[in-house]
Design a protein around this ligand. Structure first.
Ligand SMILES: N[C@@H](CCC(=O)N[C@@H](CS)C(=O)NCC(=O)O)C(=O)O
Length: 217
């Protein structure tokens, strides 16, 4: 049985596992309470960040790498188009852009906005991280003007990667997304596997519902 440690970007992993119909157990990790005394988790990831997985003797961190591992080991799956598939380059690009170009910078924008002392909220790094996020978001918007999913007509793991980043931008980074991105997110959230993942990830569910309410207010 695969164990997923932590929600946050672990939601991507849980959603992928639900899409693939693989059995898993979600083991909560409370970052807010501090993880230094969580000896089981610290033995899995001494770096103390989430998500991590344990699959038999395999222990891994990095949500995108974990998704690639699961699709390679338990696939083939339509979530990961093959290298000769015409959509492969777009798939590969957006799978990684979802974390490296979107979630990583907006995580620091959100951190500055929500946790930094007032004088540091709009410091150079926070502004630069927002600029980086916005330029990469432009590539997502351009792609969504061409196709319903980031790799064309088919839902893939690139969409799982990007969804989390867009949700983070909306709920934590204070970014007002455009109509195309919101419609895209609504389309993804209609998937059965998404609903099951949200049932498993109760902290994520509460956060997503609260941010949707805040955005409507
Ligand atoms: N690139 C990593 C980012 C992991 C990450 O930053 N996770 C956050 C929560 S979603 C975290 O654990 N932050 C606390 C820390 O880094 O110490 C991934 O995609 O898994």
């Amino acid at each position: 049985m695969i164990t997923v440690f932590g929600e946050g970007r672990g939601f991507r992993v849980v959603w992928l596992l639900e899409e693939m119909g693989l059995a898993y157990r979600l083991r909560p990790v409370d970052l807010a309470a501090g993880v230094q005394d969580d000896t089981e988790f610290m033995a899995i990831n001494p770096g103390g960040f989430i998500p991590a997985i344990r699959d038999g003797d395999v222990v891994m961190v990095e949500s995108i790498a974990i998704m690639e591992y699961l699709m390679a080991r338990y696939g083939p799956t339509p979530l990961a188009p093959g290298a000769q598939d015409p959509v492969f380059p777009a798939y590969q690009q957006f799978l990684h852009l979802g974390e490296a170009g979107l979630a990583a910078p907006i995580y620091f924008v959100g951190g500055a906005r929500n946790f930094a002392p007032e004088v540091e909220r709009r410091n150079w790094s926070a502004r630069q991280a927002l600029r980086v996020f916005q330029t990469r978001l432009g590539l997502v918007s351009r792609q969504l003007a061409l196709s319903p999913y980031l790799a064309g007509d088919r839902f893939t793991a690139a969409d799982i990667s990007a969804y989390y980043a867009l949700q983070l931008a909306r709920g934590f980074g204070g970014v007002a997304l455009g109509a195309a991105e919101l419609t895209y997110m609504a389309r993804l959230s209609e998937r059965d596997a998404f609903g099951r993942a949200m049932e498993s990830c109760q902290a994520t569910r509460a956060w997503v519902e609260a941010s949707a309410k805040a955005c409507r207010a």
